[in-house]
Design a protein around this ligand. Structure first.
Ligand SMILES: Nc1ccnc(=O)[nH]1
Length: 415
């Protein structure tokens, strides 16, 4: 039995101690009694691990190297460059770069990743490599795999069969990209078939949905309607929906009511889409985000995600969710003090809700997974973009770092 004392627990001001036994939280409270080992957290902020609910592990680092830069900075060039280069993909290549990406994310306190895996590949190379890693790395990170037809469900020859095959192989989620199909009708039909596949295989849905600046892109409306009718909203996520940041208020307001009814989830990738969107705009330029603040006020579940690390779509990124959060709350105007105080939800609990993880959170009976930040409360953590000092999984440290001093003592300040 292990006891962590002097913890400041995010969202639980009554508790300061955590007791862990047999990989699980045995109790969370105060004065919890004796333990074999006592660890003093010195008042630091403890929260459930970061969740990155949208990442492309099979693409990681593909954008590095001469001639690989996406010159226009657009989604379409990213897809084209990937398509041109993916023919040389091997399982070993995907495995090695995915491991590097996972290392980066885990070292920043992430323990849950949903990764889209391109299945528009007759060999399903990425899916094969990532299915193995999902199993091999499960004590370090929980991986959810999306069968994602990057080059289009219909637009890529044999797309529907490849998506089905990936689900048969064991993908956890079915994906889609309706705004990349060749017409509105093709996009709608792809969504219908994808929802049918989800019901047939009993898997979640996560669609790259309206990742453009077109205020007339309407696949979010279609997806929402389809899953609302099937009562499948909590198992469904609309990723990106950047066009919803460009629509008129009267349309947005109508949709808000329908999102409330369907309970569909949203993922916003603030850094990626600030980079990709608005490329066709003169000034003023769109920020490229969906209506994050308004969706949250509507009671919808919204999570932030990294999306890319140095691939054909986005040249930056390092798996640090605090960086994503910092950018996201600025771009979304989610910066009232009350919003800042709960902003960590966007990279923790809200992501766990997207992934439908039930065994999540610092409470009795759950797996003993948590992180410790170099801050004493949520506001300080967000304002300082606090470092992750430790990540604990199943009661054991994945890593632990020295406490960094926030303030350097400079001689002249003492005078
Ligand atoms: N942002 C994106 C990254 C990768 N693929 C996409 O379709 N979009």
């Amino acid at each position: 039995m292990k006891k962590f004392i002097n913890a400041t627990i995010y969202g639980d001001s009554d508790s300061t101690e955590i007791l862990v036994e047999d990989y699980k939280f045995k109790a969370v409270g105060t004065n919890l009694g004796d333990a074999d080992e006592v660890i003093d957290l010195e008042g630091k902020l403890v929260l459930p691990p970061y969740v990155d609910p949208h990442l492309h592990l099979d693409y990681i680092f593909s954008g590095l190297g001469e001639g690989n830069a996406n010159v226009s900075g657009t989604l379409f060039e990213g897809i084209q460059r990937w398509s041109d280069n993916k023919k040389d993909l091997t399982e070993d290549k995907v495995r090695k770069s995915a491991i590097k990406g996972i290392q980066k994310e885990v070292s920043h306190g992430v323990q849950y990743i949903r990764t889209h895996v391109d299945v528009t590949d007759p060999n399903l190379t990425g899916m094969k490599a990532l299915l193995k890693l999902r199993e091999e790395l499960k004590d370090i990170v929980t991986l959810q795999l999306v069968a994602f037809p990057q080059e289009g469900f219909f637009r890529y020859k044999g797309g529907p069969e490849l998506v089905r095959k990936a689900l048969e192989m064991g993908a956890d989620v079915v994906g889609g990209i309706p705004h990349f199909e060749i017409s509105y009708e093709h996009g709608v039909e792809s969504l219908k078939q994808i929802v049918d596949l989800a019901l047939e295989f009993d898997v979640m849905i996560d669609i790259h949905c309206d990742e453009n600046d077109d205020p007339n892109s309407r696949f979010l409306e279609v997806l929402n309607a389809l899953v609302m009718e099937k009562n499948y909203g909590t198992k469904t996520t609309a990723s990106h929906t950047t066009s919803f940041g460009a629509v008129e208020a009267s349309y947005a307001n109508k949709m808000m009511g329908l999102f409330k009814e369907s309970k569909i989830n949203f993922i916003s990738c603030p850094t990626e889409n600030a980079h990709l969107q608005g490329r066709g705009d003169a000034y003023p330029k769109r920020r490229g985000l969906t209506r994050v603040k308004e969706l949250l006020e509507n009671g919808s579940n919204v999570a932030f995600a990294q999306d890319s690390i140095a691939d054909y779509w986005y040249p930056l990124g390092n798996g640090n969710m605090m960086n994503i959060l910092d950018n996201g709350i600025h771009l979304a105007h989610y910066t009232h003090i009350d919003e800042i105080n709960k902003a960590l939800d966007l990279i923790t609990t809200n992501g766990a809700n997207v992934l439908n993880i039930e065994d999540y959170g610092i409470k009795e009976g759950n797996s003993a997974n948590f992180i410790v930040l170099d801050a004493h409360d949520a506001y300080e953590a967000v304002r300082e973009r606090a470092e992750v000092l430790a990540s604990v999984r199943n009661g054991e440290y994945l890593f632990k770092r020295e406490v960094r001093k926030n303030e350097i003592e400079v001689d002249f300040l003492k005078k």
